[in-house]
Design a protein around this ligand. Structure first.
Ligand code: PDD
Length: 293
């Protein structure tokens, strides 16, 4: 497959040659933020929304944005173009990370901040047809993350440990519950369907404002699907007719087993099938067309 070109602090270079100082605060403290932007047919999807969320994450950790939106768009376009030259992935996930850069090992911010900017193209494979057809299994766990899950920060240790619980249980995701309410997955947003109505938990400081979550709600509105955004109790989650996971990499997946129990009929439900079809049509028409997604 050859090398992968990445961007690091002003330079485009092979991944193997990309180096950061060990005193980088991203390494020492997980002091940074990130985004994962899906690219379909070499077009970044919802780029401005991802860059707006990046800005919100940077504001949340009090780190100045090192680039304007135009600069980010240009850098991402260059990474996508490099992958094209290397004959890689018309569809890809562009991972980008900004840390507070190198400094003494002191919790306090360095006096002079030189942020580290890293952009990495990754293959983006849609979920296996089998997972779409039959759904996936998930477990629940108590959400023990901090109170700023709305920020997409690189300090992901709680998410990593929560996700590993589902790996250990041979499941696709860990669905998080806090104070008796459904929040989201360890790396995805979660919706349920109750009596034919799509329900999504409201955005708050406790969950990441998912870009795919917004797309799903926009599609629900556009297609006349009944939906509501409101708090969802653990009891409602457990008695839901359908449960969905959404993310930039998973798109939309049905959870058909939760904690070992079948969800609804134990098969992906009718609303899931509709929304999955809407999402695919949307992706193929809008994202793969030249219209601005
Ligand atoms: N994760 N919630 C959490 C905790 C997430 O990590 C993600 C995405 C989402 C869904 O957000 P979006 O629809 O914008 O992808 C919700 C990414 C893909 C990751 O960390 O790899």
């Amino acid at each position: 497959m050859g090398t992968t070109t990445v961007y690091l602090n002003g330079a485009f270079l092979p991944l193997e040659e990309a180096r950061i100082p060990v005193m980088d605060r991203g390494f020492l403290f997980g002091d940074g933020v990130y985004e994962v932007i899906p690219v379909y047919d070499r077009q970044p999807f919802r780029l401005h929304e991802h860059l707006a969320r990046l800005q919100a994450s940077l504001d949340g950790i009090r780190l100045a944005n090192p680039h304007s939106t135009t600069e980010w768009a240009r850098l991402i376009a260059q990474i996508v173009a490099s992958a094209a030259l290397e004959n890689k992935w018309p569809d890809q996930g562009v991972y980008l990370q900004v840390t507070r850069g190198p400094g003494p090992r002191d919790h306090a911010f360095p006096k002079i901040v030189q942020p580290t900017v890293f952009i990495l193209p990754m293959p983006l494979s849609p979920p296996a047809a089998e997972s779409v057809e039959h759904g996936v299994a998930a477990i629940t766990a108590s959400d023990n993350r901090w109170l700023h899950c709305d920020l997409k920060v690189t300090s992901l240790l709680p998410n990593v440990l929560l996700r590993q619980l589902s790996v250990d249980a041979d499941c696709a995701e860990t669905v998080l519950i806090r104070d008796g309410q459904l929040i989201e997955g360890s790396a995805s947003s979660v919706f349920i369907v109750q009596s034919g109505v799509l329900l999504g938990p409201p955005k708050s400081n406790l969950m990441l404002p998912g870009i795919t979550y917004d797309v799903v709600l926009e599609l629900a509105a556009a297609k006349g699907m009944q939906y509501a955004v409101r708090p969802i109790s653990e009891a409602e989650l457990r008695s839901a007719g359908e449960i969905w996971l959404t993310s930039s990499t998973k798109e939309i997946l049905a959870v058909t087993r939760l904690d070992g129990h079948p969800v609804g009929t134990g098969r992906p439900g009718p609303l899931f099938r509709q929304m999955h079809a809407h999402y695919q049509t949307f992706k193929h028409s809008v994202m793969r067309g030249k219209a601005m997604p």
